[in-house]
Design a protein around this ligand. Structure first.
Ligand code: AVI
Length: 323
């Protein structure tokens, strides 16, 4: 099958406009969705392999050790379905679930959705070699646009995966609006499986986003480099420093870039941005949740929480919701 894609998937104008809005705001901010160019994807792989970044192993523990229980919950609501993964990445975790579903002879099509074209083309290239029986249709573009496309392609029940704590990269209000929008696209008997990073020891969380080696630092700085490369910016990376914070009360883990001096940065012909010494640019939120907050989020967006799957250390949860 060939990839289904949209214009919005690689829109440079949107990158420029959204970057300028953020940098002309007070306080300044950037959009973490733009972290993931080819270099950003590579650095994120390194983050996922870091000792401090416990999230990867935690969710891998759930998907590799509780696969048959997960399949049982999914298939209890009907046999034939579409498995739609939002932000599929390289699908190293979901492959366990896919294998088990194939082994148990369930009838399903896997629709990985990703904003990155090379992520989807890699999946389309590699998965037939790894899982020849898998029926796969890659969707490259915006989550909701592509989700709607998937509902037009087949009228089977939908099981939507949104894993890897991607929901944490929205603040709580954005997450609620996102879940409400999802609920409005889905129907009765459909299912949503969402990965949440749980509130835990604050130091452990902070270390995951402020590692000794400086990998997270280069992940953030890469966005400045991307602006230099793609939008003809002239950021001097050595004039910015990475700063991460975690608030155990709200569960918000935030990262910033701090301007180390008064400076001006040019973005192509379009703008010259002034930075004051010690001024911050908000880069990303990685929101952490308690179990009560997850339950509230499900209810307030119109879902019912069916069950939770935890890793052995209870750092992380894959929460299964229905309508
Ligand atoms: C993709 N996302 C869930 C990661 C997170 O943990 O918020 C992105 C990340 N940013 C810094 N480290 C990892």
């Amino acid at each position: 099958m060939s990839i289904i894609t949209t214009e919005t998937a690689t829109n440079k104008t949107q990158f420029l406009e959204e970057t300028l809005i953020g940098l002309k705001s007070d306080p300044k901010f950037m959009h973490s969705k733009y972290f993931y160019d080819e270099t950003g994807d590579y650095i994120f792989q390194q983050i996922m392999n870091m000792e401090e970044y416990y999230l990867t192993n935690a969710e891998m523990d759930i998907l590799s050790n509780q696969t048959s229980e997960l399949v049982q919950v999914i298939s209890a609501h009907g046999d034939a379905f579409d498995l739609i993964e939002l932000g599929a990445g390289d699908a190293t975790k979901s492959i366990h679930l896919l294998k088990e579903l194939i082994d148990q002879k369930h009838k399903f099509t896997y629709f990985p959705i990703d904003i990155s074209e090379h992520v989807i083309s890699d999946l389309e290239e590699n998965f037939p070699l790894k899982l020849p029986e898998l029926d796969l249709q890659g969707l490259n573009g915006d989550y909701f646009e592509m989700l709607k496309r998937a509902t037009e392609l087949s009228d089977r029940r939908k099981v939507v995966l949104f894993m890897g704590a991607n929901i944490g990269n929205m603040n709580v209000e954005e997450a609620r609006n996102f879940c409400i929008e999802l609920k409005n696209v889905l129907s009765e008997n459909d299912m949503l499986i969402v990965g949440f990073d749980l509130k835990k020891n604050p130091q452990q969380i902070l270390s995951a986003y402020d590692d000794q080696e400086g990998i997270t630092r280069s992940f953030n700085l890469n966005l400045l480099q991307r602006i230099n490369r793609e939008l003809d910016g002239d950021f001097k990376l050595e004039n910015f420093e990475h700063y991460a914070s975690y608030d155990p009360e709200s569960g918000a883990c935030k990262s910033y870039l701090i301007s180390l001096k008064n400076q001006q940065v040019k973005i192509g012909e379009r703008a010259v941005i002034n930075f004051e010494e010690n001024e911050y640019v908000f880069m990303e939120i990685s929101q952490k949740y308690s179990l009560r907050e997850i339950d509230q989020l499900a209810k307030s967006s119109g879902f019912k929480l069916l069950t939770n799957f935890f890793d052995d250390k209870r750092h992380f949860v894959d929460s299964v919701w229905t309508i």
